[in-house]
Design a protein around this ligand. Sequence first.
Ligand code: PMP
Length: 455
Amino acid sequence: MLRRAGLSLGQFLWRRKSSAEFSCSFGKAKMSRPVQAQKLEGLDKNVWVEFVKLAATYPTVNLGQGFPDFSPPDFVKEAFVKAVSGENAMLHQYTRVFGHPALVTILARFFGKLLGQDIDSLTNVMVTVGAYEALFCCFQALVDSGDEVIIIEPYFDCYEPMVKMAGGTPVFIPLRPKTPAPGKLMSSGDWQLDPAELASKFTRRTKAIVLNSPNNPLGKVFSKKEMELIADLCVKHDVLCFSDEVYEWLVYDGKKHIRIASLPGMWDRTITIGSAGKTFSATGWKVGWTFGPDHLLKHLRTVHQNCVYHCPTAAQEAVAQGFQREFERYGKPESYFVQLPQELQQKRDRLVQSLLAVGMKPIIPEGTYFLIADLSDFKAEVPDLPDCEEPYDSRFIKWMIKNKGLAAIPVSAFYSTAQKRNFDHLIRFCFVKEEATLKAAEDILQQWKLKKTGP
Ligand code: PMP
């Protein structure tokens, strides 16, 4: 047939390839129906995709995305190795759909003890692919079109698109910064909710509030009083609480992490979300969990069984072993949950000093491994363009990556469209990094200072 058409095999293949390419692009141009589901409208931008790519393109010291650049502790790594190289062949296969038995058992014991609440491993706990999937299940399972969900700003960016994808409407309330006492640096604790403003956001349509304490990106650890304010409103208006507690162990200066599910009337209306990524410094393992009452969790199970279905078995086994170890050492000096925040507090303080030296005003975080700095004094280096659509912090970081070799994340990405411009003088640094990385960042900031001020 080829010979009949007067073509060699090479020519035939080339023609076939180019006609395939042609029909591909032709097909695209010809597609007349809209392909994108309407619920995705306006949700395609993602700060992590954009800035992670940029940080990888240039030689940078990366204090941007939130992940440790050091290893998880040996006891969980060894547990993982044992899970994949040991005798138990079943650890390579599917496990229980709503969570590996060893993991849900220890999570129920561990958090049951902390909350003073009976937690049933089979009905009150569900394992997810990271805290991301846990959040996704909450919104998909419990938010309907027409429902409002209150989100406290600044917020972990995915809450807003997840509410919208579920058909709900996000209702924002900002934490408002107070001026710190004279001679004191601003702390994340200076950022507070206005009680009257918060109360005004609860309406007949409010289905849930998202609480993230310790908060990413600010590092705020909500006090008992603030939690009680939120809890009272939830009870009064019969509203659910999705409590994202992925940084629960990372609190500093003797602060205490309060679990809102432990407050009166809250267990029955709260879903608590956790992450082994943050708990054991293993973000790539993507093991997360939720716990809460069965009458809520059963709907999350419906979402989970129809999307992810099942999470990686060996990683769950390793996390279960990690929790077992921590259960036995709870509150003791040898506990990882005691040691990690001690180490991180030192890293935080070191970064604070480096930022102060260059003239960026840090907001001291009470928790998490993030630190926000104020850039207001840097407008001479990177002039503001009031008419530019891109927020100032985003432009500043792109400049900083390219010209200084230092990556961070713009804080405007953690705000709703209406508020972005009011908070685009702030950038977020991540300090859960090796000494060498922090030293390299310190050197960059030192050079920068010398250039600005002279030796
Ligand atoms: N919630 C918050 C507040 C986070 O900062 C993150 C990760 N940066 C997540 C949820 C998602 O956690 P995971 O990696 O376990 O999916």
